[in-house]
Design a protein around this ligand. Structure first.
Ligand SMILES: [Zn+2]
Length: 170
């Protein structure tokens, strides 16, 4: 079987994050890969590793069972040294929140595939949910309530105006 390290970066990434405990859905979303593209990526990786996958469209559990040896191999240490330096914490957070795109997304995925420390950090961030920066960016509940009170007042005023126009039209 071909080593995990010899697979293309996105396949290495997918297998390493699944081996670290995330779901295939998470791996696909992190890679911003459509279901078809993700399935092709797994199929190519399996083919190169000499593993036969069930036909496309068959049960995901069957696919996962066929992939089990690859995922098990991905739990082992990486012989590759990351080609890039560890991303800044905010880049890793953005990656976990599916907020990266393009070359930065691909470069970060490749780094994480080959860097156990960043893989751990990513899995932790992903499990913790949205990063704190996003929490604080959300509207404060009090303000939100204020806004909805204003909306209700506006709606009542509009209703009043309509009622007045209807009465006047009689
Ligand atoms: Zn790293």
């Amino acid at each position: 079987m071909e080593s995990i390290d010899a697979l293309p970066p996105q396949a290495r990434f997918a297998l390493r994050v699944v081996a670290a405990g995330l779901a295939h859905d998470d791996a696909a979303r992190l890679l911003a890969a459509a279901p078809d593209a993700y399935a092709t990526l797994l199929r190519t990786a399996a083919h190169r590793a000499g593993v036969a996958l069930p036909s496309p469209g068959s049960d995901a559990a069957l696919r996962d069972a066929a992939l089990a040896p690859l995922v098990a191999a991905a739990r082992g240490p990486s012989a590759r040294r990351p080609a890039t330096r560890c991303p800044q914490a905010d880049v890793l957070r953005a990656f976990a929140a599916e907020a990266l795109a393009g070359p930065l997304l691909l470069a970060t995925a490749e780094h994480v595939a080959d860097c156990p420390a960043c893989l751990d950090a990513l899995v932790r961030l992903r499990r913790e949910g949205p990063p704190p920066a996003e929490e604080t960016a959300r509207p404060v509940p009090g303000r939100r309530r204020g806004a909805s009170v204003a909306c209700v007042a506006l709606a009542l005023a509009a209703l009043g105006a309509v009622a007045w126009l209807l009465l006047r039209a009689r």
